[in-house]
Ligand binder design. Structure first.
Ligand code: GLC
Length: 555
């Protein structure tokens, strides 16, 4: 199997030095681009993106200037939840390619200086996984069932679920099995869809299996893992009912629940960290943990656990300067205490695209541009979701028959779910599918015709495009920001109401006007980059509403 060397440290000259162990800790300030594989690039025209498509388009991501890519699951899967229902953790689904395609993709990425992070899904398997098949066949009380969470039902005939937990996609979190003759028997737990049975992480075989899965992909040269539902694997052993008022929601970490953020999960990560550290190079682990507050999130990134956790509090802060400032301070402080970098994330495959979330004039485009400068200007690592560099909006009018997110059916067709942020990317040309797949192919979700104008090719030719803004911001981030002494910290500066203004060291400052009126800023040296329409004169400049600017602090 080809194993290409991981890229060397990508810090600019003058950037923070490598640690004493000669490590660059690349993940501390990396820009990491999320590839939702199914919607990125389709090489064979079957309508689904694939690994060959990823490989072919990697040079364009290198050109954009990101440091790493994170690929969502491409493993063998019935795709009941877009691949987060894994039937074989050690192979590629034929729709997405082969292991050889994977190896070739990693080699190309490394050759371009891009690191590769992949998803690992340890909370649940697919119901098509061999373990679940064996558990169903073996019957109650069998060792095969002990790898999952099977329980007898309540009520006279076991007709009621073991407790009142609800699936995050709607409906009960328990499904009752039936024997082939139709006789009902035990129930099994699935925090997500019924096709995603939860594993029992008190079982040693479950630990051993995932440790082996990590090694399998580390041996193939991956630079790290994004850990799906990292806060969910350990359950309160009593499986207690939850309060009536508690609303389990993927995006709502505000309620303490007996199946999220239990202390036992941290033991798992201590072991995983040892495994990652036992490999050459610097392999990084990032947690998807939707938990209560930044102090709780920081527990996942203590020095002997994971390297990073997504900052979902930042994602949820909205277009609200006071709230954004509060979250920035809270997360920097909480992470600082454990010595971990902070991540900044605006969008991913589970949430409404931020351009649409922020709204405002120009359908959110101005705010999205300003938010990019804010996010890429903050100290730490930034996660970009494919298409945000093109300023893509959420597609809110997908035809009902196209919807595939399990949320749609499980909510009784009241919630459309997450397909609107998963629409395939437009790459080039004036005809559907705009370079996503070969001419004439039909993508798994229809691409809006207006997206021809938002294609990468169209934007590459336009210096005022969102793509040009991201490309320049990523370049400056490496060169200027990293060469500004003291850049690791952040210092807020006085600013008019509705404006966030901070500096990082001597050579870099950022201001974002979230108010509805233009504001004047003093103490501005050279303007490095702006979201557009910024007028400057004599150390001062006028910042229009919903606009951001990067500058060298003036006298
Ligand atoms: C994570 C994924 C999401 C998936 C869920 C269940 O939250 O990001 O897409 O549906 O886990 O695996």
């Amino acid at each position: 199997m080809p194993q290409s060397p991981a890229p060397q440290a990508s810090r600019a000259p003058g950037a923070a030095p490598a640690t004493s162990a000669g490590r660059s800790e690349w993940w501390r300030d990396a820009a990491i681009y999320q590839i939702y594989v199914r919607s990125f690039a389709d090489s064979d025209g079957d309508g689904d993106g694939d690994l060959r498509g990823v490989r072919r388009r990697l040079p364009e991501l290198a050109e954009l200037g990101v440091d790493a890519v994170w690929l969502t699951p491409f493993y063998v899967s019935p795709l009941a939840d877009g691949g987060y229902d894994v039937a074989d953790y050690r192979d590629v689904d034929p729709r997405f390619g082969t292991l050889e395609d994977f190896d070739a993709m990693v080699e190309t990425a490394h050759g371009l200086g891009l690191r590769v992070i992949i998803d690992v899904v340890p909370n649940h398997t697919s119901s098509a996984h061999r373990w679940f098949d064996a558990a169903v066949a073996a019957g109650p009380g069998s060792p095969e069932r002990a790898r999952y969470i099977f329980r007898p039902g309540k009520g006279a005939d076991g007709e009621l679920p073991p407790n009142n937990w609800r699936s995050i996609f709607g409906g009960p979190a328990w499904t009752r099995l039936k024997r082939p003759d139709g006789t009902p028997e035990e129930w099994y737990l699935h925090l997500f869809a019924p096709e995603q049975p939860d594993l029992d992480w008190t079982h040693p075989e479950v630990h051993a299996e995932f440790e082996d899965v990590l090694r399998f992909w580390l041996d193939r040269g991956v630079d790290g893992f994004r850990i799906d539902v990292a806060h969910g694997m350990v359950k309160d052993p009593a499986l207690p009912d939850i309060d009536d008022g508690a609303k389990p929601d993927l995006l709502d970490g505000s309620t303490r629940l007996p199946y999220f953020d239990q202390d036992g999960v941290h033991e798992i990560y201590r072991k995983w960290r040892q495994i990652a550290d036992s490999y050459p190079g610097e392999r990084a682990l990032v947690a998807e943990a939707w938990v209560e507050d930044s102090e709780r999130v920081a527990r996942y990134i203590r020095p002997d656990e994971l390297h990073q956790a997504f900052n979902f509090e930042y994602l949820g802060a909205g277009w609200d300067p006071a709230e954004v400032a509060r979250v920035v301070d809270a997360t920097l402080a909480a992470n600082g205490k454990v010595g971990a970098p902070t991540t900044w994330v605006l969008s991913n495959h589970d949430v409404t695209r931020h351009r649409t979330r922020f709204g405002g004039p120009e359908g959110g485009l101005k705010r999205a541009r300003a938010a990019a400068l804010l996010t890429l200007g903050l100290p730490g690592s930034a996660y970009l979701y494919q298409g945000e560099e093109l300023g893509l909006p959420e597609v809110t009018d997908l035809p009902e028959e196209a919807l595939q997110d399990p949320t749609w059916e499980r909510s009784g067709r009241t919630e459309r779910g997450r397909d609107g942020c998963r629409v395939p990317l437009p790459w080039e040309g004036g005809e559907a599918p705009y370079g996503f797949g070969p001419q004439g192919s039909r993508p798994w979700l229809p691409v809006p015709s207006e997206w021809a104008g938002l294609s990468r090719q169209a934007q590459r030719e336009d210096p005022g495009s969102v793509l040009a803004l991201y490309t320049e911001a990523l370049r400056l981030r490496r060169e200027v920001v990293a060469a500004s002494p003291g850049e690791d910290g952040l210092e807020w500066e006085t600013a008019p109401r509705g404006v966030l203004r901070f500096r990082r060291g001597e050579r870099f400052a950022c201001a974002v006007n979230m108010s509805a009126a233009p504001v004047e800023l003093d103490g501005v040296g050279e303007v490095l980059l702006s979201g557009g329409g910024v007028e400057g004169r004599d150390g001062a400049l006028v910042l229009p509403p919903d606009t951001g600017v990067w500058f060298v602090p003036g006298a």
